[in-house]
Ligand binder design. Structure first.
Ligand code: FAD
Length: 554
């Protein structure tokens, strides 16, 4: 029996140790303190009405920190689920299943007590189309319903993210597949499988014996040209998204296409285009060089200093830097083109900024998002408060994540930390403006960056020196190869939110490495809109319905 006791003690020690380590690593001691000091919460007669716009990284981490006893929460987003962006490239190649990296937003609202509508908290699938700061109301629209929903708030959190930037390059919006939403990953996967089947038929036609007639010669020439075009896949943007997609496609071709379409795999060419001089520009130059070499070794062509200037349904036109300030135009025919060229503010963010006025729209500078203070309060709103309002200067509109201009990079890491910070601040101060004034400003913790390069290779640049580093790498640790891949997988895995997703993703990884990726395409998908269009501006018509109080709630 003694060994049973010892084994139990060891298991308990390891579990508690791991939990303590996780709490420290995630900076969650404040949450533990809050839970302990609020074990028996007093029932409030009036809860603070919080409206959150968005269901992404920033919104979700914010919601998770709120105290359901004190808050009546309404979440509005066109997307009814949270989606784990870092694994999107893996869905396009079939390494992970798209349903493994999404989770319903309603799961996170459950603790705000059920049934949800009766508790006053709820989720509405739709888009926020305007905000009335004076009356503290937002309007949201759902395409199938011609009535607008108006919700009132005490505090509004804007976490609407950003959309793909096309830099107004002609043809990009109409022809490229974007790498932003889960639909894009699904569509891309289907498109790739469709192209492979199309190419397979063309290849079979090329094996039919020649008749020697002029028509036959012409037809064969056209077929060969089309086959070459179809199997040229262009990825635009050498940031982490473009690099990881290229890596995933390389893996797919080497491991799966080579098995099921052996006659095609050698003819597939992936080209990664980057406008600046190097890929993974935000990483250490040593990493960029290593990443480029690895992708090229795996069969991709990497073209740096190549800026896309135009796109048609068949061709990409480039301006290629040839050195010493000179450039030349090159045209690439393609069968598949994916755009991973950066992000820009959503039109609704601009509309909100216009409502607020000049402080939000500094003249002469392009609009990048909502300007916020060091606690994420949206700037320039003081003039819009009603003079009669006691809380004239009190911040009650916040913006976090990619839609906010806060000095942080547009990453999930930053959005997650911002949501956590804002949620904790409003919870710990109980929405009291004086306490908010005294609360410490946000400080971003940059832990580092990683990218997958294919064939179980990766790169990681971590903050701090884990061991003796060469002086020129000062202050950071660079890891390349399989070690970085192992770190990349473990970190991405540990950051998945629910245990259900963790189980699904680990199963997908196992399935892909043992049985191969899925090469069936059961869907007949239409391309998702490149950039979701804003519904027509709503008029203050009699159709407007105000939902300020929860139904059935006193
Ligand atoms: P999002 O997560 O984009 O969420 C915005 C939400 O707002 C969505 O739910 C959207 O539906 C909703 N919304 C939009 N319009 C409205 C409206 N009018 N009304 C209400 N709601 C609205 N970052 C990393 O740190 N590491 C990575 O490895 C990484 N990989 C990435 C890979 C890909 C393919 C992509 C696209 C991004 C990646 N990023 C990564 C960046 C990261 O995903 C973003 O920085 C992060 O998603 C920003 O979070 P957010 O909450 O601000 O916006």
């Amino acid at each position: 029996m003694r060994w049973v006791r010892r084994a139990t003690a060891a298991a308990v020690t390891v579990t508690c140790g791991a939990k303590l380590l996780l709490i420290t690593a995630n900076d969650e001691w404040g949450d533990v303190y809050y839970s302990l000091t609020n074990l028996w919460p007093t029932k409030l007669t009036k809860k603070t009405k919080v409206v959150v716009l968005g269901s992404g990284w920033a919104a979700l981490s914010f919601i998770q920190k709120l105290d359901p006893e004190k808050v009546e929460l309404k979440v509005i987003s066109p997307r009814s689920f949270f989606f784990y962006t870092p694994l999107l490239a893996g869905t396009a190649s079939g390494t992970v299943c798209s349903t493994s990296i999404i989770e319903p937003i309603r799961w996170h609202l459950e603790r705000f007590s059920s049934p949800l509508p009766a508790s006053g908290s709820d989720f509405f699938q739709g888009e926020c189309t305007s905000i009335d700061f004076l009356h503290k109301q937002i309007t949201c629209t759902r395409h199938e319903i011609d009535q607008d929903l108006v919700l009132s708030y005490d505090h509004l959190v804007i976490a609407i993210g950003a959309e793909p930037a096309t830099f107004n390059i002609p043809g990009v919006r109409e022809n490229a597949i974007f790498m932003k939403e889960i639909e894009n990953g699904l569509y891309l996967q289907n498109k790739i499988l469709e192209i492979l089947e199309h190419a397979n038929t063309l290849h079979a036609l090329s094996l039919v014996p020649h008749t020697g007639s002029d028509d036959d010669v012409k037809q064969r020439f056209e077929s060969e040209k089309k086959l070459k075009e179809l199997l040229h896949w262009v990825v635009i943007g050498g940031g982490p998204t473009g690099v990881e997609l290229t890596a995933e496609l390389n893996d797919f071709i080497r491991n799966d296409v080579s098995k099921y379409f052996p006659h095609l795999s050698d003819h597939i060419q992936i080209t990664l285009l980057e406008a600046t001089g190097k890929i993974l520009g935000m990483f250490d130059p040593k990493i960029s060089e290593y990443a480029q070499k690895t992708l090229v070794d795996h069969g991709a062509r990497v073209m740096c200093g190549s800026a896309v200037t135009k796109m048609t349904s068949k061709e990409v036109e480039l301006k290629k830097m040839t050195g010493e300030g000179s450039s030349e135009v090159e045209i690439l025919s393609y069968g598949l083109v994916v755009w991973a060229g950066g992000i820009t503010a959503r039109p609704i963010a601009k509309k909100i900024a216009e409502t607020i006025g000049c402080e939000q729209l500094p003249p002469g500078r392009p609009f990048r998002g909502l300007l916020v203070g060091n606690k994420f309060q949206v700037k320039g709103l003081e003039s819009l408060s009603a003079p009669s309002e006691k809380d004239l200067n009190h911040p009650c509109v916040w913006a976090i994540g990619d839609c906010a201009v806060s000095g942080c990079p547009p990453t999930a890491q930053a959005a997650f930390q911002q949501g956590n910070y804002l949620g904790r601040m409003l919870r710990d101060t109980n929405f009291d403006s004086q306490l908010i004034d005294q609360y410490r400003p946000f400080e971003m913790r940059h832990y580092g960056a990683m990218a997958y390069l294919g064939a179980s290779q990766g790169v990681a640049e971590l903050k701090g020196m884990l061991w003796d580093q060469p002086a020129e790498e000062g202050g950071k640790t660079i890891i390349e190869g399989t070690g970085a891949f192992a770190l990349w997988r473990s970190l991405y895995f540990s950051r998945l939110l629910s245990n259900r997703n963790k189980a699904q993703v680990i199963f997908d990884w196992f399935k892909a490495s043992v049985f191969g990726r899925d090469i069936s395409s059961p869907y007949n998908l239409h391309p998702p809109p490149a950039v979701p269009s804003l519904p027509p501006a709503s008029s203050p018509s009699p159709l407007v319905v105000a939902v300020s109080e929860a139904p059935g709630r006193k």
